[in-house]
Write a new protein. Sequence first.
Length: 370
Amino acid sequence: MVGALLAKNNQIIGEGWHRRHGGAHAEAGAIQAVLAAGLSPAGADLYCTLEPCCFNAPDKHQPPCTDLIIKGGVKRVYIANFDPNPRVSGKGIAILEEAGIEVRTGLCFEAGEELNRAFFTFHRLGRPFIHLKIAQSLDGRIAAPDGGAEARRGRTSTPDSGARWISDEKARRMVHRLRSFYDAVLIGRGTALADDPELTVRLVKGRNPLRVVLDSRLSISVDARLFALSEPEKTIIIHNLDADAGKAAKLRSLGAELIPIKAAGKAASGDKAGSGGLPLKKVLAVLGKRGVQSILVEGGAEVFGSFLREGFWDRLSIFIAPMVLGGGVNAVTDLGISSIAQAMRFKKGAFSRFGSQMLFEVNRETESQN
């Protein structure tokens, strides 16, 4: 996500932003806005959130922004963040400086990091940005003892509509908004079977993400709601290479995309029922190759445990509702911790009031757990 401003004589004369994938880049939009207003970008200062791109490629839809900046006669360029994409990564700045343009970096650096956290993680670590989201009771339960489907999605199984949910409507709206920001929402097979979720954006306006289910044995029902939605191609089932070929063919006929990978051995995976023995490193690799840069992990104690245990997470959000269940499904499965000294501690996380619950959030890089 990139924004750009052109300023001259202490006044903004043009602005632009990257509106959609494949569309005009922010710098080009700002320059075009200046020209459309009958003005000139020559001698102006350009402020942009990301290092301007500097290359052509078959998979690239727009020309290099460095060429447009140089041609426009821009005098100075202020950049919040370097682009970690190896095809840019400092090369854009070098080209501008070689053309005699003064370049200053680091302006609003932290804000830029937050804006493009998923993009930066994808290119720096070679995997999607992973956000774990949990809704739980005060005593750490995500479902009542009956393990009802409604409870697993953040609801208790109480039929009274006013008391069905663990989280309140404000929190649920936030979760739907989060879905619209991410490339994919991911759950395990247990959540898929128990909840029959849609994983769509409904309570707010926004685009629907990809819907990813980790299901090594293809246990999901062919009648699941995931296969009755519009854009069936957005449903992805990642399964074991040795899963039932007939079931796989049936699910493909429903429009789903199936991705087979070799499941880890019991000793190697430690995933239990969460990812069904599917090694998370391989799961993230295949999703990354598919272009998935960010994942909201929503479902299942085993799934949460797998991601936490293997260290594959970048942000953690826990909604804590003012209720006690006294039993039921734990929010997180066994992490292999045997003493308090080994506990994951989040000293820099922040609590905030969100509707009727407390919201705890922490970014992984601010912590030194493990």
